[in-house]
Design a protein around this ligand. Structure first.
Ligand code: DGL
Length: 275
């Protein structure tokens, strides 16, 4: 057993979709979450900037003595996965677990992927899917504006602007006839009701954060690393901008009314030696 917390980071709120799904499976875990709200979005930035940010985010979590680090960010998992190699604790990203789940789900071997511009241009999901089954056709579409809509909290399933945006982004994937769609950015599950309606009920949606959460829980179980302490589990949230907006939307993400606190930190002070 290991009562140290699990460290999870994202560019902002999106990674909370992974936290939610993780706590649904292993509710006794302690969590330290970092959302880089002062520098979101990552998905429109260059690879070298994302590498620097990822190293700083990981360095911050390691200072919190975490037992595992999860990059709950499709963009970091796509272009900066190697930054997690030598952390001294297990490191998980969202790409491989999501692809494994999508390959199991597809029947017509046509999978769609939506993510940030950087994720899509990296080709990470396509490579991971075709390394499992090279006959699967993969159609990827960058949906960068979804990130802003979610950060803004425009997530209600009747939100006209979000619906119109989704219709426009998703049209080409519908036309290709995909039967499975990977939400390759962890922000997107918050608007999955809209995405699901636009794609139609025959399309299976795969949450990349959810797939990663399942893999993380399995890893902890298989390696006897679950928290078995009887103390009330702690959830700590840290952000790099003021916490107010974060807390409001975090409640939606985590589907909770209970009081949440978040502390603001100076993320540029971490991981300096590696820049
Ligand atoms: N949640 C992040 C992802 O999964 C990214 C959003 C962003 O910062 O662009 O890609």
């Amino acid at each position: 057993m290991d009562s140290r917390p699990i460290g999870i980071f994202d560019s902002g709120l999106g990674g909370l979709s992974a936290v939610k799904e993780l706590l649904d499976i292993v509710p006794n875990e302690n969590i330290v979450y970092f959302g880089d709200t002062g520098r979101v979005p990552y998905g429109t930035k260059s690879k070298s900037t994302i590498l620097k940010y990822a190293r700083q985010d990981e360095a911050f979590l390691l200072e919190k003595d975490v037992k595992m680090v999860i990059a709950a960010c499709g963009t970091v998992s796509s272009v900066a996965f190697d930054t997690g190699k030598d952390l001294g604790v297990p490191f998980l990203g969202v790409v491989k677990p999501a692809c494994a789940a999508a390959v199991l789900a597809t029947k017509n071997k046509k999978i769609g992927v939506i993510g940030t511009a950087t994720t899509v241009s990296s080709g990470s999901y396509k490579k991971a899917i075709q390394s499992i089954d090279k006959d699967i056709e993969v159609y990827a579409k960058a949906c960068s504006m979804f990130v802003s809509l979610v950060e803004e909290g425009w997530v209600d399933e009747n939100d006209e602007i979000t619906i119109k945006t989704a219709e426009r982004y998703l049209k080409p994937l519908k036309e290709k006839g995909v039967d499975t769609l990977i939400l390759g950015c962890t922000h997107f599950p918050l608007i999955s009701a809209i995405i699901g309606k636009v794609m139609g009920e025959n399309v299976t949606l795969i949450s990349s954060g959810g797939a990663c959460a399942k893999q993380a829980a399995k890893y902890l179980k298989d390696n006897n690393m679950l928290n078995e302490s009887e103390q009330e589990p702690k959830r700590e949230f840290f952000v790099s901008d003021t916490p107010d907006g974060f807390l409001k939307t975090a409640k939606l993400f985590l589907n909770t009314d209970s009081n949440l606190n978040a502390k603001q930190i100076k993320i540029e002070n971490y991981g300096k030696q590696e820049n």
